[in-house]
Design a protein around this ligand. Structure first.
Ligand SMILES: CCCCCCCCCCCCCCCC(=O)SCCNC(=O)CCNC(=O)[C@H](O)C(C)(C)COP(=O)(O)OP(=O)(O)OC[C@H]1O[C@@H](n2cnc3c(N)ncnc32)[C@H](O)[C@@H]1OP(=O)(O)O
Length: 174
């Protein structure tokens, strides 16, 4: 089956949330788990925009929380697909906090998640290729193959010996 390629930019999701008391820990900061929940939804919506099918989260790459987000601050999440493989799609997310009174933004974190598209029987189904246009989209597209190999090795789905893209980074061609 040949699927029509779609622009990365057309998948963009911008989500805004307000940090309320029920979202925070005892320090008055947004709980990491609540942020990951919002990121999961934003990323899934970007994937669904891309592939027009239900998706499930297959994996979440490393997430580092650079700055706490305070009670009463705003969370901005941008999610965009970077590359599609056969049935899976990688999504890149950027997260900022914002003080809505003092009106400044600060970076919270960045992350990659991978989703798999499902057919009506719950089986994985093919997804359209991604067309990367901007310099940033091209850079993300280009790195996606290496990130995929790394996460499949860590997830026990690929043997390190088969990770050609990663090996090319570390070994010179003979
Ligand atoms: C009633 C209808 C409503 C419809 C309207 C829906 C509305 C919806 C709104 C959604 C908004 C919220 C969305 C939240 C989404 C969740 O939170 S979903 C819940 C959490 N996730 C899960 O439960 C998923 C559980 N895992 C699985 O089902 C299966 O392991 C998976 C992910 C489908 C993969 O299955 P598998 O048999 O291992 O598949 P396999 O054929 O080997 O590989 C398929 C693809 O998965 C990739 N893959 C497998 N493992 C990994 C891994 N660890 N890392 C990366 N990729 C992997 C493979 O590389 C392969 O990719 P391609 O090479 O085809 O591109």
């Amino acid at each position: 089956m040949t699927l029509t390629p779609k622009k990365a930019h057309d998948s963009l999701i911008q989500m805004t949330e307000l940090v309320l008391p029920n979202d925070t820990n005892t320090f008055g900061n947004l709980m990491g788990g609540r942020l990951m929940y919002w990121m999961d939804i934003a990323a899934a919506l970007a994937c669904m925009k891309h592939c027009a099918a239900p998706v499930v989260t297959a994996s979440v790459d490393n997430i580092s929380f650079e700055n706490p987000i305070k009670l009463g601050n705003v969370v901005h999440i941008e999610a965009i697909v970077t590359r599609a493989f056969t049935t899976s799609i990688e999504v890149h997310m950027k997260v900022w906090g914002e003080d809505p009174v003092l009106q400044y933004r600060y970076k919270s974190n960045e992350a990659f998640m991978t989703f798999v598209a499902l057919d009506p029987n719950g089986k994985s189904r093919p997804v359209p290729p991604v067309v990367a246009e901007s310099e940033e989209e091209k850079k993300l597209f280009e790195g996606a193959l290496r990130r995929r190999q790394l996460r499949l090795i860590l997830g026990g789905k690929m043997k390190p010996a088969d990770a050609g893209e990663l090996k090319a980074l570390f070994y010179e061609q003979q």
